[in-house]
Ligand binder design. Structure first.
Ligand SMILES: N[C@@H](CCC(=O)N[C@@H](CS)C(=O)NCC(=O)O)C(=O)O
Length: 233
């Protein structure tokens, strides 16, 4: 059976959604990153980058969320345009990579500097807040003219979008008012949230207990760079 290594963060949730949409049987294996389980040798053998999600099935091992989405969708020939010469396949690749390299990293750093980083952080927060807003603005403008991210129908690009779109008020620190600025992001988010597969994906995390506290031990595992600062100081 497919093994799905996960926690409840945005990147693993994309995969939970696709697995539920495909109706594939899978074993959800929690990786509690606040307890440092991402650095266990057995997990590093699956993902040398020590991050979730990752997937193992038979002889196939995959890490990085958008790679997993693309592999499974191609394999199952669902939720993706499979004609490699088609304009839809080209658009799918562009938006999938835009989410992987733009939306994810800038939203993630915006969360880090807004909610976690020590002072002084004005410069970094301004940079990541600006870039996170800019990237979500690109999606907003696109969705103002398109019902779905690609091809006029629901696809893995919408699933990649969904993982992060759920978090936009937290990412931008603007609460519910965020949606006044991003009404089309909200429209697509609501549409996906209403899908039974999205509700099953959201319910997945209740099957396991993840550490809630961002205490000193959790910070050591999640932000190992701080040790260098402590040594330098
Ligand atoms: N590019 C990777 C990023 C994965 C990633 O950053 N995962 C986070 C959760 S969303 C994680 O494992 N964080 C734990 C850590 O950084 O130690 C992907 O898209 O899968």
């Amino acid at each position: 059976m497919l093994k799905f290594f996960y926690n409840a963060a945005p990147n693993p949730m994309k995969i939970a959604l696709l697995l539920e949409e495909l109706g594939l049987a899978y074993e959800a294996i929690p990786v509690d990153t606040r307890k440092g389980e991402q650095f266990a040798p057995e997990f590093l053998a699956v993902n040398p980058n020590a991050k979730v999600p990752a997937v193992v099935e038979g002889g196939v091992t995959l890490f990085d969320s958008n790679a997993i989405l693309l592999f499974l969708a191609d394999r199952e020939q669902q939720f993706v345009a499979t004609d490699v010469r088609s304009p839809e396949r080209a658009a799918m690749l562009s938006w999938l990579m835009f989410i992987a390299t733009g939306i994810g990293p800038f939203s993630g750093q915006s969360v880090h500097f807004r909610h976690v980083a020590p002072e002084p952080k004005d410069y970094a927060l301004n940079r990541y807040d600006f870039e996170a807003n800019r990237h979500w603005g690109v999606i907003e403008q696109h969705l103002a003219q398109h019902e779905f991210m690609v091809g006029g129908h629901y696809s893995i690009v919408d699933m990649a979008f969904w993982g992060w779109a759920r978090m936009v008020p937290y990412v931008l620190g603007t609460g519910e008012a965020t949606w006044n600025q991003y009404p089309n992001v909200k429209r697509l988010l609501d549409l996906i949230n209403a899908r039974p597969a999205a509700q099953r994906a959201e319910a997945l995390k209740s099957r396991h207990v993840f550490k809630a506290e961002l205490d000193a031990e959790a910070r050591k595992f999640l932000y190992p760079q701080n040790e260098r600062l402590a040594k330098a100081g």
